[in-house]
Design a protein around this ligand. Structure first.
Ligand SMILES: Cc1cc2nc3c(=O)[nH]c(=O)nc-3n(C[C@H](O)[C@H](O)[C@H](O)COP(=O)(O)OP(=O)(O)OC[C@H]3O[C@@H](n4cnc5c(N)ncnc54)[C@H](O)[C@@H]3O)c2cc1C
Length: 386
């Protein structure tokens, strides 16, 4: 593992820091709807026009063609500058894009990758179904070949921001007779295709902000040319998507939390000063533990990036996902404990309350903590299957 930064890496960091300092927008991010979409796409466009989009993506599709180390440095500076979390671009930039780079056809790459980098399109993920979440291989949404199209029928659930998306990375069963992991295909679904019905799902943390939809497909026709990788080989394609989702895609978030912990330390200092030894001791030791865990998570991030750079896209991403998810939940809880009863004053508008409630979902999204532990046990530690 090589953790050293070269002189060029350090220069890259300085340039990134200077650009971010001059360009990060301080406009508050809207919580929902078309305004949210416009905000996130505009910020992505600004990064593209500034020459900073797609740091590790191939040059021929609009990226900078640089190493994953530089991508890591960019994420670090991005988080340090507290640049907006353009979450609507997350699926496109962090898993659909990398999946297309790894498995897409020339036409698919040429069409989609530049649009993603320029902030022109939003993608969503259509993997989970009402009876296929952790056991994704049991998915039943079927697609039958009719001429040069697939005809899709079924339903996907928990589709984040599906109602604001242009495209969906969709997993469908194309061979019902094959063993369950062998008859699946990964396809690009245009969200404007006739036959799609999007129904909102309300959730506790955002009763006024639509986050999820359930999507119903009724004879939805998707060109066969939208299959990514080979027909019936979608499980392998999906595993590379999930590898990105659980690994490198988490880096920016993880660094963002390290910045948050430093802010929490400042806030605790300002609130408690030297006068409240009991709470200071309790909060102080939890903050110290959190800072140490963040340092460990960062070392693990470097390991995952370093191995990915060497072409090893392994299950250790699950290690990072499992550890970081739990550390993030503790950070959100501690942020509330520092402000104490003040958290109850304005809970609707207080981001700290919102993110605390939302933190429960961190160990569910992108594969639950239990599933990550199964993967670590079986594929990293080599334990027998339970
Ligand atoms: C914030 C958020 C955003 C999401 N966005 C999307 C999205 O955009 N697109 C999408 O497709 N999906 C999305 N999901 C869905 C997510 O991928 C699933 O919720 C997740 O995979 C779990 O599936 P499930 O909800 O069906 O739970 P289940 O699989 O039914 O699991 C229920 C419980 O059983 C446990 N369990 C299940 N199997 C095992 C096992 N083998 N060993 C031990 N324990 C087990 C689980 O850990 C869990 O505690 C999102 C979820 C969240 C919370």
């Amino acid at each position: 593992m090589d953790l050293d930064f070269t002189a060029e890496d350090r220069q890259f960091r300085e340039d990134a820091r200077a650009w971010l300092m001059a360009n990060v927008t301080r406009e508050p991010r809207p919580h929902e709807g078309r305004e949210l979409r416009e905000y996130d796409l505009a910020w992505q466009r600004k990064q593209y026009e500034g020459g900073w989009a797609g740091v590790s993506w191939p040059v021929e599709y609009g990226g900078l063609g640089l190493s994953l180390t530089r991508q890591l440095i960019w994420f670090e500076e991005y988080a340090r500058a507290e640049a907006p979390d353009n979450h609507l671009c997350f699926v496109g930039l962090n898993h659909a894009g990398p999946t297309l780079i790894a498995k897409g056809s020339e036409e698919q790459k040429a069409y989609h990758l530049p649009r993603l980098l320029k902030g022109e399109t939003v993608w969503c993920q259509g993997f989970s179904e009402p009876n296929a979440g952790s056991d994704l291989g049991s998915l039943r949404t079927k697609a039958e070949i009719d001429g040069d199209h697939l005809v899709v029928n079924g339903s996907k659930i928990w589709t984040s921001h599906g109602h604001l998306a242009d495209f969906q990375e969709l997993l469908v069963r194309t061979d019902p007779d094959a063993p369950k992991h062998k008859g699946i295909s990964w396809v690009i679904c245009d969200m404007t295709t006739p036959g799609m019905d999007l129904r909102p799902i309300n959730i506790m943390t955002a009763p006024h902000h639509q986050h999820f939809v359930q999507v119903f497909y009724d004879d939805v026709r998707i060109p066969l040319s939208n299959v990514v990788g080979d027909l019936n080989d979608g499980w392998k394609v999906a595993m590379s998507t999930l590898g990105f989702e659980r690994g490198t895609a988490q880096i920016k978030d993880q660094i963002r939390y390290a910045v948050l912990v430093e802010r929490m330390i400042e806030e605790a200092r300002a609130r408690f000063g030297g006068n409240s030894p009991l709470s200071k001791d309790e909060i102080g030791s939890r903050l110290a533990q959190l800072r140490a865990d963040m340092a460990a998570a960062r070392a693990m991030t470097y390991m995952v990036v370093s191995r990915a750079q060497a072409g090893i896209q392994g299950s250790e991403a699950s290690l990072m996902r499992a550890m970081v998810g739990e550390v993030q939940q503790r950070a959100r809880r501690l942020a509330l404990d520092i402000i104490g009863p003040d958290a109850l004053e304005n809970p609707e508008d207080d981001d700290r309350v919102f993110y605390y409630l939302r933190s429960y979902s961190i160990t569910i999204a992108a594969g639950t903590a239990e599933v990550q532990r199964n993967i670590i046990g079986e594929r990293v530690l080599g334990l027998p299957r339970g």
